[in-house]
Design a protein around this ligand. Structure first.
Ligand code: ATP
Ligand code: MG
Length: 567
């Protein structure tokens, strides 16, 4: 490609709402342009990066035996009613009617469509397993589209779905997909972690996220400093605490505690470690058929993890409750406790199991109980509610957990029969009996990967593309195109590299050197060959974008020097 003919509208202006480096640089360097909130055009450079990523994904998917399909983007609403997701997905589903008044949905993900494709076509265990995937535009009417390609409303996803005769075979495929996803991210040159994810109401350990490590990531992950363990904080576990503080000694009693409404004040009042206080967090849980206030109890030094709370209460979502609402329910904010609590449901963190010598609210203004033993609470519901903290013990080894920020670029999930059952997608097993397919789903954010790459690889000047993502690997820059020798040499090198199969662009624009260099840095080609004044002495320069290191090589050896670096 010749820069002089390319459509690469670089600009000094960053989008007014842009905060992230990827959002700013992809716009400024002419990779993408915004159409409306969460909607983007890909210009030639952006499209090339997108295709590069798609190619890597396609190669790894093909190598692992998955087959590519392409399903309709417009999906019948009936299918979403069949699975029950038309309500669950809520406003993120963009619906519309056609001229015959049929209701449709723009596909935000394709479980229903894929099950519909396979049901009644795959009818015997002999046709299993099957792994079908596509790379496709998705639409989700996100409440807050932001950060450019990171969270669009229209975006490109690789979504794969596997069908199996039993759980064991799903486990095998799940591991194979995890391995394939790791290879993809390695090839793309990204630092990442595979972490355990929240599996929602389905539960189990069959959900993992692939997180690209970046300070700007929206997810917090807890990773072990000595083993492979990593988990989204939404799902992170920890080992049992070793350094348990000495227990206070007290018989069961009620104490007056005027104005003591915080854990801090409570621990100070009784001179005990917060570990021996009971924290009560009241939340509004949202269900399909209405709301319900629930009290969550944890040890005083723990924090409630809201996703865990939603799962524990088998709810759809969670929201805050005001003190007025609590008072209206007959509760006493600041002094709520589990004893004789008959007004709202209670859930207890597993850390409170068998706990003794606790201090908790007495459900009476300005009173707390001391010396509470959890065994007095018959039929208490215990669930993991805590948020794992930095420094907590790793659940797998003796290591310590650390927090990092991550960008979720992939999510693999053991679905089991969650969709095949309601959609009645069945096959005949070896005994000739009908059974629903056991399924897995494997998503990867293709357009998000473009942004994630820039988040991880950029500096203050612009993007730094990796080997497999770069729109062009080499930029041959002719410093002054009026200099015939420079232009001729540049042309020659450009043709030679192109013939050798290198993705190369020739900057033959009639612009100042400084201007062209700024563009090269902003766009982020891995290597720029500067053909300038030094050519008179038989020398040119190679600039490596990642380090901005310049090396002088002879004009005669520059082709080999480049090929060497690309090896
Ligand atoms: P998030 O938690 O970021 O909203 P999600 O859990 O809704 O993501 P999935 O349904 O698991 O996402 O979709 C699979 C992948 O698609 C995600 O891992 C992510 O990389 C990508 N993705 C999801 N939503 C968007 C979006 N709005 N814009 C760009 N990529 C997205
Ligand atoms: Mg996800």
């Amino acid at each position: 490609m010749r820069f002089s003919q390319a459509f690469i509208p670089t600009t000094k202006e960053a989008p007014s709402d842009a905060q992230l480096a990827s959002h700013i640089f992809l716009a400024r360097a002419g990779f993408t342009s915004q159409v409306a909130a969460g909607l983007y055009n890909y210009l030639p450079l952006g499209k090339r990066v997108l295709k590069n990523i798609e190619n890597v994904i396609n190669e790894e998917m093909t190598a692992s035996g998955a087959q590519e399909v392409d399903l309709s983007f417009v999906t019948p609403a009936d299918l979403w009613a069949e699975s029950g997701r038309i309500e669950k997905f809520g406003k993120e589903l963009l619906r519309f009617r056609d001229r015959k008044e049929n209701l449709f949905v723009l596909g935000p993900t394709h479980e229903e469509m894929m099950v519909n494709l396979v049901r009644n076509r795959v009818t015997s265990y002999k046709q299993l397993p099957l792994n079908l995937y596509q790379i496709k535009t998705k639409f989700r009417d996100e409440a807050r589209p932001r950060f450019g390609l990171m969270r669009g409303r229209e975006f490109v996803m690789k979504d794969g779905y596997s069908f199996h005769a039993n759980e064991e075979d799903l486990d095998r495929e799940f591991d194979a997909m995890e391995a394939a996803y790791k290879r993809i991210l390695e090839r793309l040159g990204l630092e990442f972690r595979v972490v355990e994810a929240d599996s929602g109401a389905i539960g189990g350990s069959g959900s993992k996220e692939l997180m690209v490590i970046a300070d700007s990531g929206e997810d917090t992950i807890a990773i072990c400093d000595s083993c492979e363990y990593g988990a989204n904080v939404e799902a992170a576990k920890r080992s049992d605490r070793q350094d348990i503080p000495a227990a206070p000694e007290a018989d069961f009693n009620k104490f007056q505690t005027p104005g003591v409404t915080s854990i801090e004040a409570l621990a100070a009042f009784f001179k005990v470690d917060p570990y021996y206080t009971m924290k009560c967090v009241a939340k509004r849980l949202i269900y399909e058929d209405g709301d319900q206030v629930v009290l969550f109890f944890l040890r005083g030094d723990d924090e409630l993890q809201e996703v865990k709370a939603v799962n524990a209460a088998e709810a759809l979502d969670i929201a805050d409750v005001s003190e007025e609402e609590l008072t209206a329910l007959g509760l006493v904010p600041g002094f709520m406790g589990p004893l004789d609590m008959d007004k709202v449901p209670c859930v207890f963190d597993t850390g409170l199991k068998d706990a003794k010598q606790l201090i908790c609210g007495a459900n009476e203004k300005d009173y707390h109980y001391v010396g509470v033993d959890m065994s007095v609470l018959k039929d208490a519901l215990f669930k993991d509610l805590y948020s794992a903290r930095e420094g907590d013990g790793c659940p797998n080894c003796n290591g310590k957990l650390h927090y990092r920020k991550g960008i979720e670029v992939g999510h693999i999930f053991k679905l089991g029969t969650t969709y095949s059952k309601p959609l009645k997608a069945e096959f005949l097993n070896e005994k000739g009996q009908s059974e629903p397919f056991v399924m897995g789903t494997y998503g990867m954010g293709v357009s998000r990967l473009i942004a994630a790459t820039v988040e991880q690889h950029h500096d203050e000047k612009g993007c730094i593309w990796t080997r497999e993502t770069a729109p062009y690997l080499v930029n041959v820059m002719v410093s002054n195109i009026k200099d015939e020798a420079q232009l001729d040499f540049g042309e020659e090198l450009y043709v030679k590299l192109k013939t050798a199969g290198v993705e190369v662009i020739l900057d033959d624009r009639k612009e100042r050197f400084g201007f062209k260099m700024k563009d090269a840095e902003l766009i982020g080609f891995p290597y720029t060959v500067i053909v300038g004044k030094e050519l008179e002495n038989g020398n040119v320069q190679i600039v490596e974008r990642a380090t901005l290191e310049k090396s002088e090589v002879t004009a005669a050896s520059v082709f080999d020097a480049i090929m060497d670096r690309l090896k």
